[in-house]
Design a protein around this ligand. Structure first.
Ligand code: DAH
Length: 339
């Protein structure tokens, strides 16, 4: 019996010492001390011994049992300790390491310029509205006096979605949407994305932004247009800015003009920035064509109005003296941080 117990003890000790998981340890425990465990079986064989020997044998088995339980408990503690150590090691924080920096973003020059333009027009009582970027041919062309065979349709290389649906090439269609609402008078600006199938270069992008303006009321004249846009230019580029209107042509305005501002770099004397002319072109404008008013349900006998269209990127490039439009789309934080 003693030899048997020694053998079991020896074998169990080896098992316990090489055991690496608490599940395994539990298996060993059951295998020895469980209902069908080796020690339990030994106890059952007590009846084979002479009655006077039984207390001794019982004591030996109990001693072996206590010893194995102690071994199991010790191994359990060792394993728990090792797990805790490993965890502590992996969770160590080196407080002397530099903190990982989270990059802060920056407002885009387009956004800053747009907010400036919005501030100016809101100050003059205008509402800021938006129109759809995916537009019907009718709103982008037809209702703006640009019928199917009009050459202006070719000038603006259009992305078509289907035959009749397109990505708007200009924000001017928002004028039509606003007039169709039938609420007069109108004083609105409509900023937004426009799309043209242009190659990317320093001054072109297939996607850029415009800000449309529209005023419709009784007795609106070209003098209102001039006064409003001259005030806008002064607010945007400085008190000393002068404006000049050059006759131009847009299908949806009559008369039409382009507005130049005195170069804010040289004050009008001529420099590299304004290519020596002293003037910089910043927008297109005109009196809304009576036919356009009529098509959108506004009576041209009672109402007149003016409209204008500004390129947002153009404003941002001028205002912040950026010489390549592509920089505006790269979103390099080192570039953006400068504004
Ligand atoms: N939509 C014109 C363009 O894309 C810009 C423009 C010119 C808008 C004159 C206007 C305007 O409202 O009156 O080039």
């Amino acid at each position: 019996m003693k030899a048997k117990l020694d053998q079991i003890r020896q074998q169990v000790q080896e098992q316990i010492e090489s055991c690496e998981s608490t599940e395994k340890l539990n298996e060993i425990r059951v295998g020895i001390l469980g209902k069908k465990g080796q020690l339990t079986e030994l106890l059952k064989s007590m009846k084979d011994y002479a009655p006077e020997e039984r207390p001794k044998v019982g004591q030996m088995v109990n001693e072996a049992r206590a010893e194995i339980e102690k071994l199991l408990e010790e191994q359990k503690l060792r394993m728990e300790h090792a797990i805790r150590e490993a965890k502590m090691k992996s969770e160590v924080i080196d407080v002397t390491l530099p903190a990982s920096k989270s990059e802060l973003g920056h407002r885009h020059p387009n956004t800053i310029a747009l907010e400036e333009v919005e501030r100016i027009f809101i100050g003059m009582g205008y509402e800021v509205v938006e129109g759809p970027e995916v537009e019907k041919d009718y709103y982008n062309f037809e209702a703006l006096n640009i019928p199917a065979d009009h050459p202006a349709k070719d000038e603006q290389d259009t992305f078509y979605v289907t035959g009749d649906i397109l990505l708007r090439t200009q924000t001017s269609g928002v004028q039509v949407h606003e007039m169709e609402k039938g609420k007069l008078p109108i004083r609105m600006i409509a900023p937004g994305r426009v799309f043209r199938s242009d190659e990317v270069d320093a001054t072109h992008s297939p996607c850029f932004h415009q800000i449309e303006g529209l005023v419709i009321d009784k007795n609106i004249t070209f003098a209102d247009l001039k006064g409003t846009l001259a005030e806008f230019a002064k607010e945007l580029f400085g008190e000393n800015t002068k404006v000049k209107f050059r006759p131009h042509h847009f299908p949806f305005t009559e008369p039409s003009a382009e507005m130049d501002v005195t170069c804010f770099k040289c004050g009008g004397s001529g420099c590299r920035f304004c290519k020596g002319s002293g003037w910089i072109e910043i927008l297109g404008c005109g009196m809304v064509h009576p036919h356009v008013l009529e098509m959108s349900g506004v009576d041209p006998e009672k109402y007149t109005g003016f409209a204008f269209g500004v390129g947002l990127e153009r404003i941002a490039l001028l205002k912040y003296e950026i010489d390549d439009m592509r920089l505006l789309y790269e979103n390099d934080i080192r570039f953006l941080r400068q504004f």
